[in-house]
Design a protein around this ligand. Structure first.
Ligand code: UDP
Length: 445
């Protein structure tokens, strides 16, 4: 897997906790290691004791073989402490509990996979779940594209990942069919944004293609920009005055489009990440505006957050005039879910981006931003998800803080910013008379 800095093949071995399974798999792992492969054996603590001396000797001989531990959940399934191997089992009930316990190893095992990203996994046949996590975190290169784009399976839409036919796959099939039977395709993009891809697309679908965007630039009047989409919330209006009091490029705008939904614990991570970054920000949260009767304290906000950050952080509950905010000279960064429109509006305003893709085609858009255009950085989102799990943190406060600091202050920030600015200029030129989008529209008409 070429996502890693070293080239040595790294193989995980996951043996079943029974001598007849473990002994040969440990031998097999050592055999591989003797062939110059980096090997990691995944064992529970008591089973590790059985082989640790042998592995230590191998290491002394210069082999790259290590043991990583996962705890055996004896207590959770009602097994006495000290029982982690089928050889210690003395009744059919205990055998049942052993099987239950091994099923519970899936999550901790997947956590290890995520941390280490080995190239290959050899798992005992009695762990049929082991390859699920492995395939999900496997990095692959998208084939036949002008750039070498790497993705993980987990970042693909569920309806593509699971390979099953369902209502969405049927709809997408129909969409593609209608593309095949149409005369051509009108696209909200501009040629200079993605020249190689626009050529490829034209070739692949064999139709006429007109890039006529960025369409948001048709709003020249501030009144139109305010009215775009929905009724602006009270705080949406106030934030523009707030921005007027700020210095150029120092405010981060945080908004995840019109459909995204975050759980309270994920919102809390965002709040802490923003606060710890020390940067000024506007954060749009899709919550109702607080009424007077409502308690001041909201579960998703850390205690005293708004008071502490008064003047430094501005929370908008509801709809914002996004295009106007992005155009404001005080805004110097945009933490976005990479919805195509938001991404393009950020590009048009010449603002560098932090990509936090969530669902739809947003993970592809992230690659455009971070790998191809290099006008932003990723926050580290790993998993495509339309409705985030209420009890799961997808991106933690440390990663959010790190990305914000890197974009607003980091060493590369100035280069990223100047590329973003240059692209913003190209976007504006594209729709002016004689520009590529202007000409495309003329040609189409
Ligand atoms: N938008 C806005 N104010 C908001 C939230 C969103 O004006 O508070 C606009 C944004 O400018 C963009 C659109 O809503 O034009 C969202 O589209 P996008 O493709 O970015 O994301 P989606 O909502 O489809 O996930």
């Amino acid at each position: 897997m070429d996502s890693k800095p070293h080239n040595k093949l790294h193989i995980y071995f996951l043996p079943m906790m029974a001598h007849g399974h473990m002994i040969p798999m440990v031998d097999m792992a050592r055999l591989f290691s003797g062939h110059g492969v980096k090997v990691t054996l995944i064992l529970t603590p008591l089973n590790a004791i059985l082989v640790s001396k042998t592995i230590e000797r191998d290491r002394e001989l210069g082999l790259e073989i290590t043991i990583r531990l996962i705890n055996f959940p004896s207590a959770e399934v009602g097994l006495p402490e000290g029982i982690e191997n089928h050889s210690s089992v003395t009744s059919p009930e205990m055998t049942q509990k052993m099987h239950k316990a091994t099923e519970l190893l899936q999550q901790p095992f997947e956590n290890l996979l995520e941390e280490d990203s080995p190239d290959c996994l050899v798992a005992d046949m009695l762990f049929p779940w082991a390859s699920d996590g492995f395939q999900d975190s496997e990095v692959f290169i998208l084939p036949d594209l002008p750039n070498k784009i790497k993705m993980m399976r987990l970042q693909l839409p569920v309806y593509i990942r699971d390979g099953n036919e369902n209502n969405i796959t049927k709809l997408i099939e129909k969409v593609m069919e209608s593309e095949r039977t149409s005369y051509g395709v009108v696209i909200n993009s501009f040629h200079e944004l993605e020249p190689a891809y626009s050529e490829l697309y034209r070739k692949v679908i064999g139709k006429k293609v007109w890039h006529v965007g960025p369409v948001s630039l048709c709003n020249t009047d501030n009144e139109d920009k305010v009215c775009r989409g929905s009724k602006i919330s009270m705080s949406g209006h106030e934030c523009l005055t707030w921005l007027d009091s700020k210095k150029p490029n120092l405010v981060l705008y945080v908004c995840f489009g019109s459909l995204s939904y975050f759980s309270n614990i994920q919102l809390l991570e965002i709040a802490m990440g923003l606060e710890n970054s020390g940067q000024e920000f506007i954060w749009v949260v899709r919550k109702e505006e607080k009424t007077e009767e409502e308690e001041d304290r909201e579960e998703w906000l850390p205690e005293g957050f708004e008071q502490r950050l008064e003047g430094k952080g501005f929370i908008i509950r509801g709809w914002t005039p996004q295009v106007l905010i992005l155009e404001h000279e005080a805004v110097g960064g945009f933490l976005t879910h990479c919805g195509w429109n938001s991404m393009l509006e950020g590009v048009t305003a010449g603002v560098p981006l932090i990509a936090w893709p969530l669902f739809a085609e947003q993970f592809y858009n992230e690659k455009l931003v971070t790998d191809i255009l290099r006008i932003g950085i990723g926050v580290g989102a790993q998993e495509w998800c339309r409705w985030l799990d209420e009890s799961k943190i997808y991106v933690n406060r440390e990663d959010i803080e790190k990305a914000v600091v890197q974009l607003m202050l980091g060493e590369e920030a100035e280069e990223i910013r100047s590329r973003a600015r240059a692209l913003g200029e190209m976007a504006k030129k594209a729709i002016q008379k004689g520009g590529s989008s202007y000409n495309y529209l003329d040609a189409l008409l």
